[in-house]
Design a protein around this ligand. Structure first.
Ligand code: ADP
Ligand code: ZN
Ligand code: ZN
Length: 811
């Protein structure tokens, strides 16, 4: 008899598996999804290991298989175990990230007859038992739910147990179905001959029903039904126009089910590989060599370091094509915000009909279809954000992570993995090659590349049609000097001159400020009281449009008070600036310019990123004002000036990565200027223009930033020289919260001493930077050392604790 170690979908399972015996005659594999009895429930589980001996004395039997074939490959099983161990997350959380979308469903129990039922005498059975048997006989198979409806819940369960006990019925289990609605669209077609339609159109025109005439005429010229949406756009009419023609009996309107294909290949023209520049060629050759001959142990990781526009994507595309020639497939990860139609199109045009897209905006049904087709090996390339790393891509040969420094690659709920580290582990398990691409690599990544753990590839300049339009000139403005000169406006003299000039010349300007809203804090001039969110304790921000105060932590909204809640003075002052305030000020200062704002307040909808961008690209606005959103990969040739209104917002965060963050943001924003033939200029305003991160960003000099930064990290024992773990405890009572954090610290100190661990410090406990979040207080401890998770895996954490290994933010 065989045994299986199963990861069970239950919160009490935590990081362990459970042993089950494999029923006689059934064929169970690693990675297979099964039903297992757990307490008095039947739960989903995934088999992670098979063995000849059980890990415990008494085992229960696996109740059934969910799918005949394994849902996880052996490498995914190993990856899940590694994630759970390294990030200390529940095992099933790790497993679940790799299961097909919508997989986590309840079991439905069905009752049927066994193949050869024993002889029985109906008179020896109770009335309910006979009733149940009759129902089963009628349909061959009945769900327990239906029986419960007929017999009542308690009774049905008892009756079935009795029948199963006598061998007269058997239970089987199925997943409840996914709730997927087919997508339908309205289509218009002619109800009369085309010739007649044209005559009717002419009559309608005479009667001045111009829109109806136009629509009818349009339809008369089509050979196939046209979607209402398309017709409305082409003819510029509305639904009522179509309805009018329907009621005249000239046109029919039908619902047609459309197949969901996440990529529309309409209008995508296949593209061919470009002739590589010398630097691209050298990078490609190194990658090619490793694709042909991967390392025998460990992963082959490349860091492709090059500014935006240096041709990294072309290298990815050709490396992917090479992998495909070798019979392999690839996964490409981009930050969520960069998963735009343009990005997808670049890949889709190189690999027509061979690209799958996975992202959270697809419906469950679309995600499920796409997952299944990927698993069946239909695609050469899967492109997606963070979680696409878990796509069931067979024959994986290449993983690309673009913008590898992005913080969004860290998952912020359990399992709290970093996509880059997961990708490297997966590559190690599958023999795939990894390419990390960035203009401003994560300091830890660059450190590994410097040490030779990764291969460093450099693309030194931009590839542009007009032969190297250079990186934009950057000018630093010291705001302290502006104040001395009596300029209190948001715009330094240089910046306002440059804006005025660009707008006059018909060029475009981007103004960057990393803060939403209007005034960023509201203070009483009389007593100094600052208005805060009652649940999170952070200062609230004023938003003009709705004239409300908003907490940027929890999004709670509150009205603007007439008087100070503490001293009742009416002298309430709005201080600090956000993007809304900047927009207002820009309106006063540059009345001739057309403004457009882009931040998460205006982009809550599904398509509005595209709309805003489309508007700006079409030159419907002169100045685009925005938060870090505008920093991401846009290519806007008319932009000749980028103004960074304040470089200091991210510099003052209580986080050892504040310098790195500032450098990355400024470099990205500065990279928006001068993408066209007009050249470009960047103006950075700051109260601390001497800071090395700002200085280096102004010179587009990653290496000088890195050299300074890595020196500080070494001196201060920060990553990559150590590893961090952040332990957060949250509770509605602040004192209790502090006490629990202190207790944990003592417990950890005791463990460190008794195990004789030399290189592990504990910092804190302290209130977290965001001390209060949604009504709960938060205290944290930071562990710093060579291997904090080795100790933490031994510690029991009561409810309320969150353990974050390799945290990306300490706020
Ligand atoms: P990155 O990914 O580094 O931002 P891209 O690969 O998008 O850079 O390249 C920037 C621009 O240069 C794109 O328009 C691309 O089509 C073009 N390009 C890239 N490589 C070449 C090449 N070898 N020859 C001509 N144009 C190229
Ligand atoms: Zn007051
Ligand atoms: Zn709040």
């Amino acid at each position: 008899m065989g045994y299986a170690e199963v990861s069970v979908n239950s919160p009490v399972a935590q990081r362990r598996t459970f042993s089950y015996s494999i029923p006689e005659g059934s064929d169970i594999d690693v990675g297979q999804a099964v039903w297992v009895p757990f307490g008095d429930k039947l739960l989903q589980g995934i088999v992670l290991e098979l063995s000849c001996y059980p890990a415990v004395e008494e085992t229960r039997e696996i109740a059934g298989v969910i799918e005949p074939h394994p849902v996880l490959s052996p490498s995914h099983v190993s990856l899940a175990c590694w994630i759970s161990e390294y990030y200390l997350s529940p095992l099933f959380d790790a497993v679940a990230s790799m299961l097909p979308p919508g997989f986590e469903r309840k079991a439905l129990t069905f009752i049927s007859f066994p193949e050869t039922p024993p002889e029985h005498d109906a008179s020896s059975l109770t009335q309910s038992q006979n009733e149940a048997l009759a129902l089963i006989r009628g349909r061959g198979k009945v769900s327990l739910r239906e029986l419960e409806k007929v017999l009542g819940k308690k009774k049905a369960q008892a009756v079935i147990s009795q029948l199963v006990g006598r061998g007269l019925a058997i239970r089987s289990y199925e997943l409840e179905p996914i709730k997927v609605r087919p997508k339908e669209e309205l289509y218009l077609s002619l109800a009369v001959e085309a010739g007649e339609a044209r005559q009717e159109a002419a009559k309608l025109h005479e009667r001045r029903a111009v829109k109806q005439a136009a629509l009818l005429d349009f339809l008369a010229h089509q050979s196939e039904p046209v979607s209402l949406a398309e017709a409305r756009q082409k003819v510029k009419c509305d639904r009522a126009t179509a309805d009018a023609l329907v009621s005249k009996g000239l046109v029919t309107l039908q619902r047609i089910v459309v197949r969901r294909e996440p990529i529309s290949y309409d209008g995508i023209v296949p593209s061919s590989p470009l002739r590589l520049t010398a630097a691209q060629e050298a990078a490609f050759k190194s990658i090619q060599a490793r694709l042909h001959k991967p390392a025998e142990d460990g992963a082959e990781v490349f860091l492709l370091h090059g500014v935006t526009g240096s041709g990294k994507t072309e290298v990815y595309l050709q490396a992917l094509a090479e992998a495909v020639r070798l019979g392999k497939r690839g996964i490409v990860l981009v930050p969520e915000i960069a998963l735009t139609p343009q990005t997808i199109e670049r890949f889709a045009s190189r690999f027509p009909h061979k690209v799958a897209v996975l992202h959270s905006k697809l419906s469950l049904g679309e995600q499920f279809d796409e997952w299944q087709r990927i698993k069946d090996g239909e695609f050469d390339v899967v492109i997606g954000s963070r979680s696409a790393i878990f796509a069931p891509q067979p024959d994986l040969g290449l993983i690309v992570i673009d913008e590898e420094h992005e913080w969004t690659y860290k998952q912020d709920t359990s399992p709290r993995y970093h996509t880059r580290d997961v990708a490297i582990k997966l590559a190690e398990l599958t023999g795939a090659v990894v390419i990390l691409g960035s203009a401003t690599p994560d300091v830890a990544t660059f450190y590994h590349a410097q040490r030779g753990d990764y291969h460093l590839l450099r693309l030194p300049g931009r590839v542009t049609p007009r032969d190297g339009s250079p990186l934009p000139r950057v000018e630093l403005v010291d705001l302290r000097e502006e104040l001395k000169a009596g300029n209190r406006s948001l715009f330094s003299r240089s910046l306002s001159e440059a804006i005025a000039k660009a707008v006059t010349n018909g060029e475009q300007v981007i103004l960057f400020l990393n803060r939403r809203g209007g005034a960023t804090f509201i203070q009483c001039r009389n007593c100094g009281f600052v208005l805060r969110c009652q649940r999170c304790d952070v200062p609230v921000t004023h938003h003009f449009a709705e004239d409300v105060l908003v907490c940027h932590q929890c999004n709670r909204k509150m009205p603007v008070p007439q008087a100070c809640p503490r001293c009742s003075s009416r002298r309430i002052k709005f201080l600090g600036i956000g993007t809304q305030k900047l927009e207002q000020e820009a309106g006063y200062t540059f009345p001739q310019a057309r403004l457009l704002r882009w931040d998460s307040d205006v982009t809550r909808g599904r398509h509005s990123h595209e709309e805003i961008l489309g508007k700006f690209r079409a030159h419907d606005a002169d100045i685009l004002i925005g938060t870090q959103m505008i920093a991401k990969g846009l290519d806007l040739p008319l932009v000749t000036l980028v103004g960074i209104v304040s470089a200091d917002t991210s510099l003052n965060l209580p986080d050892f990565r504040a310098g790195e963050r500032t450098f990355q943001l400024l470099s990205q924003v500065a990279g928006r200027a001068g993408r066209g033939s007009l050249g470009g200029r960047v103006i950075i305003q700051s109260y601390s223009p001497g800071h090395y991160a700002i200085q280096a960003a102004a010179k587009h000099d990653y290496v000088s930033f890195y050299d300074k930064e890595i020196t500080y990290r070494r001196q201060l024992h920060q990553p990559p020289f150590t590893r961090l773990a952040r332990l957060i405890y949250s509770h509605t009572n602040d004192t209790l919260c502090q006490r629990e954090a202190e207790r944990m610290k003592r417990l950890l100190e005791g463990e460190i001493a008794s195990r004789g661990i030399a290189d592990l410090d504990i910092i804190g406990p302290a209130p977290a930077f965001i001390h209060r979040l949604r009504g709960r207080f938060r205290w944290h401890l930071i562990l710093r050392g060579s291997e904090p998770s080795a100790l933490l895996s031994q510690i029991p954490f009561p409810q309320g604790w969150t353990v974050d290994i390799d945290p990306v933010g300490l706020a």
